[in-house]
Write a protein that binds this ligand. Structure first.
Ligand code: SAM
Length: 212
């Protein structure tokens, strides 16, 4: 279902500079229409972010592809996602054969998406709570992907990243962010690459924006 629309989306992402074939293949296989509210389904394969309720969004496919490519994952990698949201990003990672751990702070979204994963047979380890402090129990992670904008890089996430791993996180004001791609070279040595002009909903929590 929706095969033609999926291929058109993949073509668009390639034109925009996504080259990782595993990322493009996963996007061509995941049913994005299952992760958006029914009223939005006709827009599911457009390269746009869409509202998912509770003031939150499903990220734009280009953003999902760009961030996933930036993680530079090896097969069987272990990835922590902060901000489960609709579950689409996690489903793309799962489709790539990655072991996914994902945290969501909004209970209604958490419960809805957990149910969806079960219905679709998508095996993702989910947690309800504040992702700014990470998920220490399963650390270290080969990749950490933060899908909400943060005022700074949460120290807990840097700590829980494996040496050789990458943390991808939008950092900036509540209105606009720079995407930071952080490579961990040793316990206290990090290399940071900045990519401008991304826009995310705020990351709210102990090591994020301090508000309800
Ligand atoms: N990855 C999602 C997807 O594929 O649809 C995008 C989610 S949306 C852009 C960001 C999500 O981050 C929202 O659902 C929001 O509730 C969640 N969020 C914000 N702050 C958080 C925190 N401290 N811990 C966990 N989730 C958080």
């Amino acid at each position: 279902m929706h095969e033609r629309e999926k291929l058109e989306l993949v073509d668009k992402l390639s034109e925009k500079g996504i080259t990782n074939i595993y990322v493009l293949k996963a996007i061509s296989e995941v049913d994005r229409h299952k992760y958006v509210p029914k009223a939005m389904r006709q827009h599911a394969y457009k390269d746009v972010a869409l509202p998912i309720g509770y003031g939150q969004t499903i990220s734009q496919p280009y953003t999902v592809a760009f961030m996933t490519q930036a993680l530079n994952l090896k097969p069987n990698a272990k990835v922590l996602e902060i901000g489960t949201g609709s579950g689409y990003q996690a489903a793309v990672l799962f489709r790539m054969g990655v072991q996914v751990f994902s945290i969501e702070r909004q209970f209604e979204i958490y419960s809805q998406t957990r149910k969806l994963f079960d219905q679709l047979g998508i095996r993702i380890n989910t947690k309800f709570g504040d992702g700014t402090i990470g998920w220490d129990e399963y650390a270290p992670y080969n990749g950490i992907i933060v899908t909400a904008g943060s005022p700074d890089i949460p120290p807990s996430l840097k700590k829980q990243l494996a040496i050789g791993g990458k943390l991808v996180i939008p950092v900036g004001t509540k209105d606009s962010q720079i995407l930071k791609i952080i490579s961990k070279k040793s316990d206290d040595e990090f290399e940071i690459k900045n990519v401008p002009e991304f826009s995310f909903v705020p990351l709210i929590g102990r090591e994020g924006w301090n508000q309800k």
